[in-house]
Design a protein around this ligand. Structure first.
Ligand SMILES: [Zn+2]
Length: 556
């Protein structure tokens, strides 16, 4: 069944992430859908206390006590009232302490339930007015068990035993370290961040560095500014002995500045290694449209974990090696590109620019991302066969236990293995079903360009497919995204005929299938009853399961 989208979401009108499928995410695993807890209800559903306002700006101020692993800060939330507001919901994990909430210079009332804060204003805020309020808070934020898959703060030391701190929170939500309207559909128009750290350490965040202010207490405040919409979980901070590594990206006589940050002892190696990110950007621009964040720059930031797609501040922890990095050792990528750089940078398109409207549709970030890596190799080697080889190398990770898209409005972050690898295979299969490459590549590019800096659903993708092909592929979407079932082609041949049918499919499943008959491609339209065509005796018939994600079942 296709999911219907709630009216509420339509009125109000996103995410690492790497494919280590063995790691459980906080809101579900590969093999089960999550329990709808009270907190997931409060975080997942856009109730009237959340849909009544649209955040325009966050001003985040945090002082870090690295020794105690604690934070102390305040966040001003500026928003437009979409209705008259007396009470609204803002989100902060329950283990962090609220000191006070200020509206128009006065403390106001609030109550807390799970991670939700109900803020009660002392006067009605009129519809269509801009307003702001400030949450002062402190506490010890959660540490990351297995960043970035199980996120939080990573309090670590560099190899010279100096402090090195970073945060990752996709899935857990930015509310684990600062108060915000923590729903993937909500992005502010801009964000200011002022991170105060012990002098001697630098804090690096998203966007552009605006100022560095030395304070009296042997601390320094680094002020960063993001001038674009950004997902809450993409807002990040890294603290360490960083130095800048500068580079430029030149396109159509325009020079864009890239400003990477790495630990001081890795400056030289990064200078020689990070330029590959430019080839990555050129590839994504060719197939998926312009990089959207030059105002905020593009940078890689060395991090004490594998990596994450933080917008305009992609974190990198793969050891500066295409061959022997943390991840490239197991994910060799033909020795031509760092898997972290291509994967996390690609998310500047899939996830950061084009964002899922609900985290259940997050294959739009991860499935399209992994699929785009196959296209990178196809482009790089000018070889469809290499893209197929890449997809084959990841195929065994597919589980087919739960559907790629799950429940909406339940804070369900569908970051499981099938979202990545099956998502990529489903895109590859759709290309084969459409069987018209110019149309296929136009679908991908138009979908990304037309939806840049906005939110989309699975249905939106298939609307674009229908627009470009003139064919309704909802049967395809319903099978591959809303059931876990892998279509099976049952077949056999006799001296004179080849027989074939679909099993394990929805009643409406009508996907064409490719066969090689004595080396010549033949397309058939199987259904759930046997059909056949005549063949010569001893014909060699191959089912093209390298182009379609199907299971072969030869019965005789
Ligand atoms: Zn990812």
């Amino acid at each position: 069944m296709k999911k219907k989208f709630s009216i509420l979401i339509l009125i109000v009108l996103f995410i690492a992430c790497n494919a280590n499928v063995a790691n459980l995410r906080p809101h579900g695993s590969q093999t089960d859908t999550p329990e709808l807890t009270r907190n997931n209800y409060l975080m997942g559903f856009l109730n009237e206390y959340r849909s009544s306002y649209d955040v325009t700006y966050y001003d985040i101020n945090i002082d870090f006590n690295i020794e105690e692993k604690s934070i102390d800060g305040f966040v001003t939330i500026k928003a437009m009232a979409l209705n008259d507001i007396d009470t609204l919901q803002v989100d902060l994990v329950k283990n962090l302490n609220i000191k006070k909430i200020i509206y128009k210079d006065s403390p106001i009332e609030y109550s807390r339930e799970e991670d939700a804060i109900m803020v009660v204003f002392n006067q009605t805020i009129d519809k269509d007015t801009l307003f702001d309020f400030t949450v002062h808070y402190n506490g010890i934020p959660q540490s990351a068990d297995n960043p970035p898959w199980a996120g939080g703060f990573t309090w670590s030391k560099d190899k010279n035993d100096r402090d090195w701190v970073a945060v990752s929170c996709e899935g857990e939500g930015a509310r684990i370290w600062w108060p915000n309207k923590d729903h993937i559909s909500e992005e502010p128009d801009s964000v200011r961040m002022a991170f105060t750290v012990p002098s001697g350490l630098m804090s690096v965040a998203n966007g552009q560095l605006r100022s560095v202010v030395e304070k009296d207490d042997n601390k320094t405040t680094y002020e960063w500014f993001v001038s674009n919409p950004i997902n809450n979980y993409n807002i990040s901070v890294q603290i360490g002995n960083y130095v800048a590594v500068q580079d430029t990206f030149i396109k159509e006589n325009k020079t864009h500045y890239m400003n990477h940050y790495v630990l001081d002892y890795n400056k030289e190696i990064a200078q020689n290694y990070f330029p590959q990110s430019k080839e990555v950007i050129r590839f994504y621009e060719k197939y998926f449209g312009d990089y959207q964040w030059w105002d905020d720059g593009y940078k890689l930031i060395e991090a004490p974990y594998l990596g994450m797609e933080h917008q305009s501040a992609v974190t990198y922890g793969n050891g500066f090696s295409i061959y022997n990095g943390v991840r490239s050792d197991s994910w060799a990528m033909y020795g031509v590109i760092d898997p972290l750089i291509i994967h996390e940078s690609g998310h500047e398109w899939f996830g950061n620019s084009v964002t899922a409207i609900d985290p259940t549709h997050i294959w739009i970030h991860e499935g399209l991302q992994v699929y785009s890596e196959a296209l990178y190799f196809e482009d790089k080697f000018n070889s469809y066969a290499v893209s197929v080889d890449y997809l084959k190398s990841i195929k065994s990770r597919i589980q087919n236990k739960i559907s790629i898209v799950g429940p909406e409005d339940e804070n369900y972050w569908a970051l499981n293995g099938d979202t990545y690898m099956k998502g990529a295979w489903v895109m590859h299969t759709l290309r084969s079903a459409i069987n018209d490459d110019p149309i296929w590549f136009a679908i991908l590019k138009e979908f990304m360009v037309e939806n840049a800096k906005s939110h989309v659903s699975t249905e939106d993708f298939f609307d674009k497919v229908k627009e470009k092909t003139g064919t309704d592929y909802s049967y395809f979407s319903e099978q591959y995204f809303y059931t876990p079932n892998q279509p099976e082609l049952e077949y056999y041949q006799t001296d004179s005929s080849f027989y074939y049918k679909w099993n394990n499919v929805n009643a409406n499943f009508i996907m064409p299938m490719g066969l090689l008959v004595n080396g010549a491609e033949k397309r058939v339209l199987p259904d759930q009853e046997f059909q056949s065509f005549e063949i010569r005796q001893h014909s060699k018939i191959e089912v093209m399961d390298w182009k379609f994600y199907i299971k072969k079942n030869k019965t005789r």
